[in-house]
Design a protein around this ligand. Structure first.
Ligand code: ADP
Ligand code: MG
Ligand code: ZN
Length: 502
């Protein structure tokens, strides 16, 4: 099927009701792997971070990472789940070269967390509750690189390289119950859910959840049923979607594709699908294995996980404020619209603004610099705001210099530019570049006199009552002082000297 065979989105929704299921894998930020002591740092040489256990060598034995379990419980609690009193790991058996043990240590019918929900806020402010089926612990696989072919795929490759550094890195898989009732907003709900989950795990401090680096990825299950019916249709499962935008596009595409198949009398096959970034389409992967094909059985080499209730309650007591609640609180404190808050969020500026306020800046100034000048610079350089070489404390210092009248807006921007260029702290940049506002009244007075003499015609107009013309003289003085004068004070001086009332 090509993209042109799709049913228009609105038409699909006129006949069918979408049901979704989202499976999100979160890579935990633990220092060591889930079942061995190997390091998890990125960028190491291939296979440098491996040992007999994560390579699946005979005789090696796994040991559970306590921080991995703790992180799973934190996620479960934040998702309003029940935490199992007793649960086990299970072996999920399948053969794949990047999985050296030939089974993945996972959890099957005994997940550590189950039956929860996550409230997500849609763009118009409406809150949609997504029911959570389970959150369970498992491990990541290694990575294969196919060499010698044109496409980087295995077909046509001369050989493949295997890197097991990622094998055994802890993952938490979070599975929703079927999401019903979202209707035409299903793709938006999917995106908002993944976004909220990302904020949540970051707030919990268990993962950086950088989707572009594969630290968080989403499988989008989708089926359609005729409007007004109850029984679920057959689902497709689009695997490893790795950006928020792609989650939304994948759901939308599948709605349109399913509708095309169903309305022409065809049947949907239960299969995995690949998402294509370039055009937002999906193509068929493999026919979906049933659970029995995996021959799940309890992992005999690991003891059951039975988290003490006191520990669970300790973790519950120190859960951070949920991102959605925090966002709404900050929005009120800052007095910004839902739309502006969304932009701040999209820009990744919330924590930077909070830190800048904590360093002494007013909230308006903090927002102004991060969302204005700095967002522009980040955009130009193609980096995240947080990656700019300027700290919230430095931004707060610039704001303070503006407040005390030492810098005007233009000079403040030049100061920021200097900090970004590595010239030092704001005070050092101001000093080195000589950026302080000219507040020496004598020098300012002389510059004003000069401007009046040099623009006699304009000065006459002002004397005659056209106060609005003063702007031109202010401009002349600002130019003469290389922007280092306080424009408001310059205007006062001009009117004073010309004997008119402001
Ligand atoms: P699998 O391991 O085969 O992917 P799971 O039960 O782990 O199966 O996950 C399937 C996901 O799809 C869950 O989120 C589930 O709620 C959802 N789901 C199940 N059946 C359907 C369906 N018919 N249409 C849409 N989503 C479904
Ligand atoms: Mg699945
Ligand atoms: Zn290891």
């Amino acid at each position: 099927m090509t993209v042109t065979d799709l049913v228009p989105y609105e038409d699909a929704l006129a006949s069918y009701d979408p049901v979704m299921g989202l499976e999100v894998h979160v890579e935990l930020g633990t220092k060591t792997k889930m079942f061995c002591g190997c390091a998890t740092t990125l960028g190491a040489d291939a296979n440098a971070q491996t040992c007999p256990t994560c390579l699946g060598l005979p005789g090696s034995l796994p040991v559970v990472n306590a921080i991995g379990v703790e992180s799973a419980i934190k996620i479960g609690l934040a998702l309003n789940c029940s935490i199992a009193e007793w649960c086990r790991f299970a072996r999920k058996n399948y053969f794949y070269p990047d999985m050296p043990k030939n089974f993945q240590t996972s959890q099957y019918d005994e997940p550590i967390a189950y039956d929860g929900y996550l409230d997500v806020q849609l763009e118009d402010g409406e809150v949609f509750r997504v029911q959570i089926e389970r959150a369970h612990m498992e491990e990541d696989t290694g990575k294969s690189t196919h060499v010698g072919g044109a496409t980087g795929r295995i077909h046509g490759a001369s050989h493949s390289l295997l890197d097991y550094n990622r094998a055994g890195i802890p993952l938490i898989e979070i599975v929703t119950k079927p999401i019903e009732g979202a209707g035409e907003r299903a793709p938006e709900v999917a995106k908002a859910y993944v976004a909220e989950l990302r904020e949540l795990v970051r707030a919990l401090g268990v993962s950086e959840a950088r989707m572009e680096m594969g630290q968080m990825r989403c499988d989008v299950n989708l089926s359609l049923r005729p409007n007004g019916t109850e029984t679920f249709g057959t689902r497709s499962e689009t695997k490893n979607v790795n950006s928020l935008r792609s989650v939304e596009r994948a759901a939308r595409f599948e709605i349109q594709r399913h509708a095309a198949v169903l309305s022409s009398g065809g049947t949907i096959v239960q299969e995995t699908r690949h998402f294509h970034e370039e055009d937002g389409s999906t193509t068929a992967g493999r026919i979906k294995d049933n659970a029995e094909d995996y021959r799940y059985f309890p992992e005999p080499d690991l003891v059951p996980v039975a988290p003490a209730r006191a520990w669970v309650e300790e973790l519950r007591a120190v859960l951070p404020e949920l991102p959605r609640i925090r966002r709404n609180r900050l929005r009120e404190e800052w007095g910004v619209s839902a739309h502006d808050m969304q932009s701040i969020l999209n820009a990744g500026a919330v924590d930077l603004i909070v830190a800048t306020i904590e360093a002494g800046a007013g909230s308006a100034a903090a927002r102004k610099w991060w969302m204005g000048e700095l967002a522009r610079r980040a955009n130009e350089d193609g980096v995240e705001l947080a990656a700019l070489p300027i700290t919230p404390a430095q931004v707060a210092r610039v704001a303070a210099l503006v407040d005390e009248g030492s810098l005007n807006d233009k000079l403040a921007r030049q100061t920021i530019e200097g900090v970004l260029a590595g010239e030092g702290d704001p005070d050092t940049v101001v000093e080195k570049r000589g950026l302080k506002v000219v507040s020496d009244e004598g020098a300012l007075g002389a510059a004003v006199d000069e401007a009046i003499v040099g623009n006699a015609a304009i000065a006459d107009k002002i004397r005659g009552g056209k106060v609005a013309a003063a702007g031109a003289l202010v401009g002349a003085v600002m130019k003469a002082t290389r922007g280092q004068a306080d424009a408001a004070r310059v205007r006062e001086l001009i009117l004073e000297k010309l004997g008119v009332e402001g």
